[in-house]
Design a protein around this ligand. Structure first.
Ligand SMILES: N[C@@H](CCC(=O)N[C@@H](CS)C(=O)NCC(=O)O)C(=O)O
Length: 205
């Protein structure tokens, strides 16, 4: 298989999803990992040249530049000979995709909160905006606690994404005790987080 190239950041939870899928699929050895530091106010020329949205992860493979993480994950899964992370059909598929959307939704809100509170000049910060993002984070966590049973069983793109989202909260929101009042989710993550796909992709600053 021709070498692929992943533009990524070791702290990015979306890029972690892609790396986790690559570990699960046994494809990491086929991917050159290239660090591409960036933020909305400090773009990266190499990323911009491959991805008009200017975000990581961006994967170059088969003569294509692929983004965003959901597309890259599905591409890697399509190349995998390991058990598929995207169930082919039926309720299993929609459960996995819905969990994927919840994990990504949590991450989108967490990243917006963080940009607001770290990148934006302090005098311009808007607390209602941050509170609105935090409400989404709490809403997803509470829903996941109620639906923790749907995370059980073989890993899917849904459970991997939820894992990356919880790992991101541990990494960037350490003071926010998401485990409090959510024992089922905490118990699930304690075990799931030890899978190679998760253990080998822990975020670093
Ligand atoms: N929906 C995108 C989100 C990717 C994303 O927001 N990545 C962040 C790093 S964690 C980024 O590139 N931010 C730079 C920017 O927003 O300009 C995906 O799933 O790939």
């Amino acid at each position: 298989m021709a070498k692929m190239k992943l533009l990524y950041s070791p702290a990015s939870p979306y890029a972690r999803k892609v790396r986790a899928v690559a570990v699960h699929a046994g494809l990491l050895k086929n991917i050159d990992l290239v660090m591409a530091p960036l933020s909305p106010i400090a773009p990266n020329a190499e990323v911009d040249a491959r991805n008009p949205v200017g975000k990581v992860p961006t994967l170059s493979a088969d003569g294509m530049n692929l983004f965003d993480s959901a597309v890259i994950c599905e591409y890697l899964d399509s190349k995998s000979r390991k058990p598929k992370l995207y169930p082919a059909k039926g309720k299993a598929r929609w459960t996995a995709l819905r969990l994927h959307a919840m994990g990504d939704g949590l991450l989108d809100a967490a990243l917006l909160w963080r940009y607001e509170n770290t990148l934006r000049p302090e005098a311009l910060r808007w607390s209602d905006w941050s509170a609105g993002q935090m409400k989404k984070i709490v809403g997803v966590l509470d829903r996941l606690e109620k639906e923790a049973a749907s995370l059980a069983g073989r890993a899917t793109i849904g459970s991997l994404t939820v894992g990356c989202a919880l790992g991101y909260l541990d990494f960037r929101f350490a003071d926010f005790d998401w485990r409090k009042g959510r024992p089922k989710l905490a118990k699930w993550w304690a075990k799931f987080g030890e899978l190679p796909a998760m253990a080998e992709t822990r975020p670093t600053a």
